[in-house]
Design a protein around this ligand. Structure first.
Ligand code: 9MR
Length: 336
């Protein structure tokens, strides 16, 4: 009776359309003002703008001033990697990662978790395991303990990082995981991750997969396609985007949209560009803006002096924390 009286369905739709139409009129009359920070400008299109943060810089006032003004997503640069979080078997250390999470929570920033299973920054006790059953239980336990500790605090996890080879084969690289567990180690990691925290997005993250024509890109694409077709849980693909002076390959937007069409979000996760030309940065951001499922961009550091690429000046702020020309190019590109 109650439902009938209000005949909810059609009026709801009509009201929805009316509201949308009114909004369009209001927006046409008063276009939303361009934002003055990267995070706020990205948010206007429902995206985020993040950076990598090392715990050791949280005491640097200039650094933190820029971090909290400009960025609304944080990736710990090293603090959630296996060599820090489980330096010996079954002995976990979440202190450094916790300090970054606390900062993020206090400043309204979300977190990308980086990274659960990676051949690098892997402690010797893991790489020297010699039998599959031990390694499988060690890997699953690592994922379980780390994701449980951070449950509810991580927007997206890089569950597996850099598992594909650079040799043009389009196949997985050699690693203790690959060598003992075979190709199935990646899906095992994703299934375990989903069972621990069903609300975090689960990403595969890699570099040199931005060019659609590269065998490595095709290898990752085929893996994601296979996972989606078999119901293996995967929600997103991270394109690290460590570019040379020319910036992204011309096919970058095609790559992002082809992956997105498989039913995953795509994200630029570790962006830096040698010498940081405005054109190269602008083109990178535009490629993301043109793909609706490209949900955010993370640069791999704030000032050039914070970068792992010493001497290449690849970031958006100079050593003194001043905005570089590329900063304006990025802000403009984020504004559509
Ligand atoms: O920026 C990180 C640097 O401080 C570390 O020394 C290095 C060790 O491997 O890892 C760097 O971050 C890497 C990221 O975790 C994965 N993709 C490549 C990044 C740059 O090397």
């Amino acid at each position: 009776m109650h439902r009938k009286k209000f005949a909810p369905r059609r009026p709801t739709v009509a009201l929805g359309m009316f509201t949308a139409a009114s909004l369009a009129v209001i927006m046409a009359a008063e276009p939303s003002a361009a934002a003055s920070t990267l995070g706020a400008q990205a948010a206007q299109s429902g995206r985020y703008f993040g950076t990598a943060v090392p715990a050791g810089k949280l005491g640097d006032g200039t650094y933190v001033g820029i971090l909290d003004r400009e960025f609304n997503m944080i990736t710990p640069e090293n603090e959630m990697k296996w060599d820090t979080t489980e330096p010996s078997r079954g002995s976990f250390n979440f202190g450094p990662g916790d300090s970054i999470v606390s900062h993020a929570q206090a400043h309204g920033q979300r977190m990308r978790g980086h990274t659960l299973v990676w051949h690098s920054q892997l402690p010797g006790w893991v790489s020297s395991i010699g039998d599959a059953n031990t390694l499988r239980s060690v890997m699953d336990n690592h994922i379980t303990q780390e994701m449980s500790h951070y449950k509810g605090k991580i927007y997206a996890w890089d569950v597996v990082n850099e598992a594909f080879a650079d040799d043009g084969s389009g196949r997985h690289r050699s690693s203790v995981f690959q060598n003992l567990l075979g190709d199935g180690f990646i899906e095992e990691a994703f299934k375990t991750a989903r069972s621990v925290d069903s609300s975090a997005k689960l990403c595969y993250n890699d570099y040199s997969i931005e060019d659609w024509n590269s065998p490595k890109t095709q290898g990752v694409y085929n893996m994601v396609k296979d996972f989606k077709s078999r119901g293996v849980p995967i929600d997103c693909v991270g394109f690290q985007s460590h570019f040379g002076t020319g910036g992204p390959p011309s096919s970058f937007q095609t790559t992002l949209s082809n992956f997105a069409a498989l039913g995953v979000d795509v994200q630029i996760t570790e962006l830096d560009i040698a010498q940081a030309s405005s054109t190269a940065y602008g083109n990178t951001v535009k490629a993301c803006m043109n793909v609706s499922r490209c949900t955010g961009i993370t640069v791999w550091g704030i000032r050039d002096s914070d970068s792992w690429r010493t001497g290449e000046n690849p970031l958006l702020f100079d050593n003194n924390g001043n905005k570089k020309a590329a900063y304006s190019a990025v802000l403009t590109a984020l504004g559509g």
